[in-house]
Design a protein around this ligand. Structure first.
Ligand SMILES: Nc1ncnc2c1ncn2[C@@H]1O[C@H](COP(=O)(O)OP(=O)(O)OP(=O)(O)O)[C@@H](O)[C@H]1O
Length: 284
C-alpha cells in the first residue's frame, strides 16, 4: 500500500451521508504531450460512488483508469469538470483518503509493527498507543507472530497484508485501490480479496478499485464501471447483484456471477478491440 503522502492517511473525514462519497461530473484530464501539445487522458467522465459502495473500474490498458484515481485523490487536478469528494470540490488530498497501489509502500527498514503503526504515529498518536493499535491490525490481517519481522523476511502476500493493515488502520472513508493485488499469484490474490472484503465490510468506506481482472472486479464490487478506450469516459455502469458476505473462490463459479461476467466483457470487448487496433496493448 501506499498513500500519496502522510496527509492522505488522516481518517477523520466528516462524511455527510446525504452526499455521494465521490462524484466526477463531466471531468476532463489533459497532460502535456511530448510534441508540445496536449494529450487527453479522460474526457467528459461521469462517476458517482455512494458512501459504503464498492465500485470496480475496468477498461482497456492505458485508457485512463489510474488518472481517474489521481483526480479523485487530488494528486492530478482535473483540467475541466468537477471532482467532488464528500460534497466538497477536490483542491488537494481529501481528508479520510486511503490509497493502495500495485507497488506497496512498506518501508524496508521498519518492522511489520512499526510499518503498520506509521499512520497513527504521523497523526500524533503516542508510540505505545500506536503500536497497540498496530498490533490489533497485524492480527486482523493474519500476521500475528510476525510483528518484529522486516519486509525482506516476508512473502509478497505477507507484504501485501502489511500494506492493507497500513492503509486500513487509518480508517479511510474513501479507499482508492489501483491494481493492488495484480502482482500476486492467483491463490494469494483470492485470499487477499476475501480479506479485503472481510475488513471493508461494515466500515462504510467507499471504495474505487481499478483492475484488469474481471473476476476480481465482479467478485468484490457492488458496481462495475466499464471505461471506454482512451480517452477514458464511463461507458457502462453494471450492478453486481450478488449476496454478501462473499467468498471469491466460491462465488466466481456461480451462474449469476457468470452472467455478470458476460455482461461486463460484452461491454469491454469493443473497447479492448479499439485499443488493440491502435496498437496500444493486449490487455483486457
Ligand atoms: N503525468 C502524466 N503525464 C503525461 N501523460 C500521462 C501522465 N499520467 C498518465 N498519462 C497518460 O495518460 C494515459 C492514461 O494513463 P493511465 O495510467 O491513467 O491509464 P490506465 O488505464 O490506468 O493504464 P493501465 O491499464 O495500463 O494501468 C496514458 O497514455 C498515460 O501515458
Amino acid at each position: 500500500m501506499t498513500s500519496p503522502g502522510p496527509s492522505a492517511e488522516a481518517g477523520t473525514a466528516p462524511a455527510n451521508p446525504s452526499n455521494p462519497a465521490i462524484e466526477l461530473r463531466g471531468v476532463t484530464k489533459r497532460f502535456p504531450s511530448r510534441d508540445g501539445g496536449d494529450y487527453t487522458a479522460a474526457r467528459d467522465m461521469t462517476l458517482t460512488v455512494r458512501q459504503g459502495e464498492f465500485v470496480s473500474v475496468v477498461g482497456p490498458t492505458g485508457c485512463g483508469k489510474s488518472t481517474s484515481l489521481s483526480m479523485i485523490s487530488g494528486l492530478a487536478p482535473a483540467s475541466g469538470g468537477e471532482v467532488i469528494v464528500q460534497g466538497v470540490p477536490v483542491t488537494g488530498i481529501p481528508d479520510g483518503l486511503g490509497y493502495m497501489f500495485q507497488q506497496d509502500a512498506v518501508l524496508p527498514w521498519r518492522s511489520v509493527l512499526d510499518n503498520v503503526a506509521a499512520g497513527p504515529r504521523y497523526r500524533g498518536t503516542g508510540k505505545k498507543e500506536a503500536r497497540e493499535l498496530a498490533g490489533e491490525w497485524v492480527l486482523k490481517v493474519g500476521l500475528g507472530g510476525f510483528e518484529r519481522y522486516y519486509p525482506h523476511q516476508l512473502s509478497g502476500g505477507m507484504r501485501k497484508r502489511v500494506a492493507l493493515a497500513q492503509t486500513l488502520i487509518n480508517e479511510p472513508s474513501i479507499l482508492l485501490m489501483d491494481e493492488p493485488f495484480s502482482a500476486l499469484d492467483v491463490q494469494t490474490r483470492e485470499h487477499m480479496q476475501d480479506l479485503l472484503l472481510d475488513l471493508w465490510s461494515g466500515t462504510g468506506a467507499a471504495v474505487v478499485f481499478v483492475t484488469h481482472d474481471l473476476t476480481e472486479a465482479i467478485a468484490l464490487a457492488d458496481t462495475v464501471v466499464v471505461m471506454t478506450a482512451a480517452p477514458a469516459t464511463s461507458k457502462n455502469v453494471i450492478t453486481v447483484n450478488l449476496e454478501r458476505p462473499r467468498r471469491v473462490e466460491e462465488i466466481r463459479l456461480t451462474e449469476s456471477f457468470l452472467a455478470v461476467y458476460r455482461e461486463v466483457w460484452e461491454s469491454l470487448r469493443q473497447e479492448v478491440e479499439i485499443t488493440r487496433a491502435r496498437g496500444a496493448g493486449n490487455v483486457a
